[in-house]
Design a protein around this ligand. Sequence first.
Ligand SMILES: *Cc1c(COP(=O)(O)O)cnc(C)c1O
Length: 366
Amino acid sequence: MTFNSVLDDVQIYEAGKPIELVVREYGVDPKDIIKLASNENPYGTSPKVVSKLEEVSKNAFVYPDDSMYELKEALADKFQVNEHNIIVGAGSDQVIEFCVHAKCNASSKILMSGTTFAMYEIYGRQTGAKIIKTKDDEHNLYQFSLLYEEEGADIIFLCLPNNPLGECLDSQDVYKFLDTVDKNTLVVLDGAYQEFASYKDSAKSINPADVISKYPNVIYLGTFSKAYALGGMRVGYGISNTDIINTLYKLRPPFNITTPTLAAAIEALKDEEFVEECIVKNFEQMTRYEEYANSKGFEYIPSYTNFITMYLGEYNSKQIAQKLLEKGVIVRDMTGYGFNAVRITIGTQEQNTRVFTILDEVLKNS
Ligand SMILES: *Cc1c(COP(=O)(O)O)cnc(C)c1O
């Protein structure tokens, strides 16, 4: 059968491996599995969210509130914007999809960093758009500017901080760049890990209310999947001016957010203390990975997020990741991105201690 030919160039997204697979394929006891490949919050679902989920489960037969009034109000309050400036998606992934489909067709161009979040390219290619990447892997605004002058772009993606590398641009540099961008180019500021970056260094902090008041062509994206510990619930959001938001709404399927998801997100926003504690522990634990890398002579990219990308020197990262997997430690091999490195989500203290022990063992036998 022939299909839409633009799909010939679309790669299928490869998600981090689930616990169930490691149990099935390697016979590891589920309680011994350490899942550090998807940048989830390792401290688990907050107890308040769990009890809220139990409470709403009896209403499973009713369609969700499609206006998402309560969640949008809570987000509007948190970010000091109007509810009309917000769209909620099944993960911020879905909002990325809306953005791409709102702007692009086969003659469009999308500009992004050399190595960045895979979904920008996947959604882009679904429309047949041309994907333009900077030569540098990490964000380099000088190269963005040159390519933008040369080629133009319908969408520019900036990932702040960047997944899978962990670096983050300074917000002042981002704003200076935005000043140079044509108002018909949509700029997506992906803030999936902003909570981490702005805690570590206020110079990285992006204020969505400021951004949208100054730049009518920018959308800021946030998610509940990372710091807010709701990866399994699938919820994220976009903040932008009403012209953009109203257009994205044309692409939104009805009831895209389920009742339990809405309830969980609203509850999670009430418990900022939990989120902050997790972020503090994240960076405490991050230093252990830096020390570990230094002790082995491995280079790493200084990280503003909840993961660290560590080069493995003369070891083969694909083999090391596989051997870790067989011992129940799930990390992300970066060979597919052209790096002999692994990306490891920062786990809890106990998890990280075990990761170092198991990694020592694996390295010794490699
Ligand atoms: C995780 C992630 C997202 C979105 O995740 P959702 O679970 O779909 O909200 C978006 N951008 C980046 C860079 C991410 O790492």
